[in-house]
Design a protein around this ligand. Structure first.
Ligand code: PHE
Length: 361
């Protein structure tokens, strides 16, 4: 009786040793331990034996089963290692091969559009001052774009010739708009977050305007700072530091001029010094308007669920095309959207030299 087990053990172990891959090994497992396998068959015969024989024979058959399982496991480990080696050998690559020549702004390689580049710069420069980036939808409700910002129903910004209106969802309802500025994201941010808040919002905006310096789609960056003690000194310091860093002119003249926006009080437009004659920034005695700003109107804070007796802050908004044109001396806005490769090769930047704060120093 013991002999037949020894022979079976020997034949199964030989089959395991011969299995050349995982699939062959699995066939051996099935023929030994599967439902109608040889070892399984032996286990089934135990029940018919007289009790005293059954105990001894049972122990032997179970020992055989354990040995077979162990042998299968160890062969599987070996075969898996073989398979991995073969895969690694097949997929080997030569990391010493030199890369193909790659002109940074050549015809085959992409480059960073000046608008994207300015956005990267804005995010880096304001990021260094603790601002994070917030976003909002391009299609806005009337409330977010106008009413919550204290823009009354009769305000000219709402007029059809300035604003792209969409069909209202319900008959007689207020029409959704393609946002006319990034300021609605002030409202969204204040509704979503507890102050203190410090965000910039680069994004697309729309107005029905089209000439050498206006496009129906353009970009703005909004800024919003809310805190308990935020005052106009913070507004001025932030914007002066930003403008000087962005234009790379350490002593760029900056002028704050009283103005009006429905959503700020007081409101200020900000001008930088330049020469009207040569177009050069930083000298020449003329002033160029560059952005709108002010202390967030208490009504706007209240509309966005923030207590104006506890919190206050400032906001600003500027056109990304405009500051990009001024920085790089680009005279016409239309080519920004014409995908003319000659223009792009001239004004775009290499993706391999991302903007860092070092560039602004
Ligand atoms: N939203 C204004 C515009 O589009 C700019 C602005 C933003 C002014 C924030 C003041 C404060 O002209």
């Amino acid at each position: 009786m013991v002999d037949d087990l020894d022979m079976l053990r020997a034949s199964i172990e030989a089959a395991i040793a011969e299995a050349a891959d995982l699939r062959a090994l699995d066939a051996v497992r099935v023929s030994a331990l599967g439902k109608s396998g040889e070892v399984t068959g032996l286990l089934k015969t135990l029940g018919a034996l007289p009790p005293e024989e059954r105990r001894a024979r049972g122990a032997q058959v179970n020992a055989l089963k354990l040995e077979v399982e162990r042998a299968l496991d160890s062969r599987r480990t070996t075969l898996e290692a073989f398979a991995l080696d073969a895969k690694l050998a097949a997929e080997r690559m030569d990391v010493t091969l030199p890369p193909r020549p790659h002109p940074p702004t050549g015809p085959e390689s992409g480059s960073i559009h000046p608008i994207s580049r300015t956005m990267e710069e804005l995010i880096a420069l304001f990021g260094a001052m603790g601002f994070r980036v917030a976003e909002g939808p391009d299609i806005e409700g009337d409330w977010h774009n106008f009413s919550a910002l204290n823009i009354p129903d009769h305000h000219p910004a709402r007029q059809d010739h300035d604003t792209f209106y969409l069909t209202p969802p319900e008959p007689g309802g207020r029409r959704p708009v393609l946002r006319t500025h990034t300021s609605p994201v002030q409202i969204r941010t204040m509704l979503e977050e507890e102050p203190p808040i410090r965000v910039i919002v680069p994004g697309r905006t729309w107005r029905a305007d089209h000439d050498a310096t206006h496009s129906p789609m353009f970009h703005q960056v909004e800024g919003l700072v809310i805190g308990r003690d935020i005052h106009m000194g913070h507004l001025k310091g932030t914007l002066v530091d930003f403008l000087r860093a962005f234009f790379g002119i350490a002593d760029l003249p900056v002028r704050f001029r009283s103005s009006y926006f429905p959503f700020t009080e007081p409101s200020m437009e900000v001008d930088i010094g330049w020469s009207r004659r040569t177009g050069e920034l930083g000298q020449g005695g003329d002033w160029l308007e560059i952005l709108g700003s002010g202390m967030v109107h208490p009504k706007v804070l209240a509309n966005a669920g923030i207590d104006p007796k506890v919190w206050q802050g400032f906001a600003f908004g500027m056109g990304i095309e405009r500051i990009t044109m001024l920085k790089h001396g680009i005279p016409d806005l239309r080519p920004f959207y014409e995908a003319d490769l000659r223009w792009l090769r001239h004004y775009a930047t290499s993706p391999l030299s991302p903007f860092t704060l070092h560039d602004a120093a």
